[in-house]
Structures are given as C-alpha cells and as structure tokens.
Ligand binder design. Structure first.
Ligand code: SF4
Ligand SMILES: [Zn+2]
Length: 442
C-alpha cells in the first residue's frame, strides 16, 4: 500500500540466518539507524519462528469482513498483555457482548472471540482491544521526501513506524508482508522484555520481532535520530489508530511533527480527533471510480474524499498520491474527473504525485505504467488548474519532481531522488518573484 518501505534496506535479513542458529549480533549506531533503519519485514517474511507459537489456524473471513473466532487464545493473549501490546480501542460501541469499531468505514461488528477485518482488533469478553500497540514490526529513518511529501520541511528526516494490519486489500500492495498479516505473525513476545530506547546498542532480527516501542520511546528515538517528524506509515495507521494517536499526542508536546501516511479511509470523528495532533498527511487517492476502488483495493472512494475535505478544514497540510495502475486507474477521463474534483473541492494548492506502478503482489502480470501516461496525467492536472503535479517512481525523468513557481514558472525546488539539489525559496516565497508557494517550509 505504501510505495516507500521496500527501498529501505533492512538492518539484517532473517532469511539469511540458518534455522536454529543464533543470529549474529551487529552493533547499531545512530548513523546506522539513519542509513538503514531496522525492520521486522524480514522476520515477517521468514515468519516461521514468529508464527509457530500462534496456536490457531487463520479462520475464514466472513461476508461481514471479520475473522470469526480468530482472536488469540489465552496463552497468546497473556503474552501480549504482559508486554503491554494490548490497548482498549478508541471510537467503538459496546452492543451487549458484541463490539463495533467506528474507526474506519468497515465498521467491524465482532462477537466475543472475533478478529477484525484489519486483523489488529479483537473482541475479548465484550471489550474491543487493539493488538497493535507499542509493537512496530518495521521502523526506519527516512527523508520526508520519501513519503513523498515535497512541500513539508524539505530535506528533513522522519522517524517512521508501522505495525501489521490494514483496512484495505490492495491487489498491488507493496507491503503485503506486513499489511496483510496479523500482529502475531510479525511479532514474538517470548523471551525477556526488550524496550527500544536510545541509545540503541545492538539489534538482531529476533530482537526486532521481540522489541517494544511505547509512544514515549518513539518520541525519544525520533529525537535521538534528529528527525523533525514521526511518520505513521508503510502499512496503514488507521489500523493502528490507538498507537498512532497516543504517540502523536506525546510528539506534539515535544515539538516533533506528526505525519500520517494513509489510504484515507477513516471515519470523520476519529479523523478529527487525530487531526488535532497532525502536522501533515500523505493521502493515497487510488482512483476516481467506486467500482475500481472496490475491485482493486476492497475500499470505497467517498470516505477518502471526505477525509481530504476534513484535513483541509482542520488546516492539516497534505499531499496526494495517485498510483496509476495499467488497466485499472490509467484512463485519462477518470484522471480528468479526479483532478477537476480536486480543483473544485480542495483547491489548486495541494500537490498531487502521479506514481508509476511496478508489478507487485497479485498484479505481477501487469506491465509498469508507461511514462507517457504519467506525463499525460500531469498535463491533465495542470489543465485542471492544479499547481503542483509531480510524476514519481521514474528515476532520471527530467523535472518530474521539480517544484515550479505558478507565477513566474521558474524552478524553485529541484530534487534528485530524495535529495534537494536546488532551493530557491525565501520564507516560503519564490526567490525570483516573491509569489507564495503553498506548503509548510520551516
Ligand atoms: S479500523 Fe479495523 S477494526 Fe476498526 S472498523 Fe476498520 S477494519 Fe474494522
Ligand atoms: Zn516566481
């Protein structure tokens, strides 16, 4: 779902460790964290050591979208609880012994013992619990341009975290090894507690599977890595809402910015609640047709449009990404309708990134998006009046990721992959003609 994490290099690849052999330890410095990050992806993909303590097989997903009877058994629950990896849900209804989550439009209705559609929540004895709290399976330090956010503290670092789980089922998901897993398939609470806080002295892949990172630890690690922001990303923060919310709140107190990298499929009340602590969002607008949204993502379009309006009304800066998937979301007419809607309802100043699709997950047989289609999308956006349309995921394409002044048309920020190569803004204004350039620049 998120285009970025696959390009981050794992600290250590668990699959390279022979079964049963102790993983070699590597001293991890602050510089290593910034360069490489550390990830549980390899643990999740290798999986066996992590999942073998999970007693029950995965149950069938019901028509209502929940996994019947798939909550952890008492032994797993107790391990999870002792670690502090359970947290009562926010925004849910108690309906007798049943519960209904109101975080996203899936509105999962769960009987005792059920697991949610996003895999992260369960009904245990009539209480809704998140299992995705303080247990990130992936974390990295990324340039903020990698989110991508181009008009938000350019050149800064963002401490980025993800847990398992997602509210969508995108056929082209780039991070399905974590987004389409249960928390118990990516983390292993057995062994002594390991809480990651600075200074980080050493980590193995097994440590990554075992470690905890509470909200105050995330904030401390962001400070230690000199990150200007924390990004909730890679999988889908809507599915780890409670962890995101608590961390955002603490980060705001410490003057660290919060960045939500999201599919945007969240109900308005939780969005407004969280929005109070957000500084920026990166919203995936995956297309502009309800049927295709359902077919490609198992999601709906209208809630995403609502989220964009909500963020705007709250003054949260955001940028939009539109992954152009051949045969699904590459029709010029659909792109035109999307851009017209954005211009009319959101305004011309929020950047849109048209991103190139590469074969992934269940869409391995499709070709990459032709560059001409992406350039056409960019032209359509400009014609609709959108001031900052970019083309992403095409290294070397001239000016694809350059910010131009909408008045004098000169390049005011130039980029090479994630690096800023030219910066001609003064206090957020064009250095040539003084026209304000939309964004949060410092
Ligand atoms: S956040 Fe998860 S549990 Fe809540 S409604 Fe959405 S899919 Fe269901
Ligand atoms: Zn200018």
């Amino acid at each position: 779902m998120d285009p970025e994490s696959k390009t981050s290099q794992p600290l250590q690849d668990a699959s390279s460790t022979p079964a049963g052999a102790p993983a070699p330890r590597k001293q991890l410095t602050r510089r290593d964290v910034i360069r490489y990050g550390a990830t549980g992806l390899a643990c999740a993909a290798g999986g066996y050591a992590v999942v073998k303590y999970v007693a029950d097989a995965v149950r069938e997903l019901t028509a209502e979208g929940v996994f019947k009877g798939d909550a952890p058994n008492d032994m797993v629950w107790e391990l999870w609880r002792q670690r502090g990896w359970t947290h009562e849900g926010y925004h849910y209804l108690k309906l007798g012994r049943n519960v209904q989550c109101k975080i996203c439009p899936n509105n999962c209705l769960m009987e005792p013992g059920d697991r949610s559609h996003c895999r992260n929540k369960i009904n245990r004895d009539g209480i809704l619990y998140s299992l995705a709290f303080a247990n990130p399976c992936s974390f990295h330090v990324d340039p903020v341009e990698k989110k991508p956010l181009f008009h938000f503290f350019p050149g800064s670092l963002s401490f980025s975290i993800a847990t398992a789980g997602c509210v969508f089922r995108c056929l082209n998901c780039q991070n399905w090894e974590i987004s389409q897993k249960k928390p118990e398939e990516t983390k292993d609470p057995r062994g002594p507690e390991l809480r990651l806080r600075p200074p980080v002295a050493g980590l193995t892949a097994g440590d990554v599977a075992r470690l905890s990172m509470f909200p105050e630890d995330v904030v401390a690690l962001a400070q230690w890595t000199k990150s200007a922001s924390i990004s909730y990303t890679y999988s889908e923060p809507t599915a780890f809402y409670e962890y995101t919310y608590d961390t955002c709140k603490l980060a705001r107190e410490q003057r660290i910015k919060n960045v939500l990298v999201t599919c945007g499929s969240m109900e308005e009340p939780p969005m407004r609640d969280l929005g109070r602590y957000l500084d920026a969002a990166h919203v995936d607008l995956k297309g502009f047709n309800e049927d295709i949204y359902w077919k490609l993502n198992a999601g709906r379009l209208q809630p995403i449009l609502k989220t964009l309006k909500t963020l705007k009304s709250m003054g949260v800066w955001f940028e939009i990404i539109n992954l152009v998937v051949p045969t699904y979301t590459d029709k010029p007419d659909m792109i035109r309708r999307m851009c017209d809607w954005l211009a009319a309802n959101i305004g011309p100043d929020y950047p849109i990134h048209f991103s190139r699709f590469h074969p992934q997950h269940k869409l391995q047989t499709l070709p990459p998006t032709p560059v001409e289609i992406l350039l056409q999308a960019q032209s359509i956006a400009r014609a609709a009046g959108l001031r900052y349309p970019y083309v992403g995921n095409v290294p070397g394409l001239r000016d694809a990721e350059t910010t131009f002044c909408p008045n004098c048309k000169r390049a005011v920020v130039t980029r090479d992959v994630f690096a800023i190569t030219g910066y001609y803004l003064n206090a957020g204004k064009c250095g040539f003609c003084q026209t304000p350039i939309a964004g949060v620049w410092a």
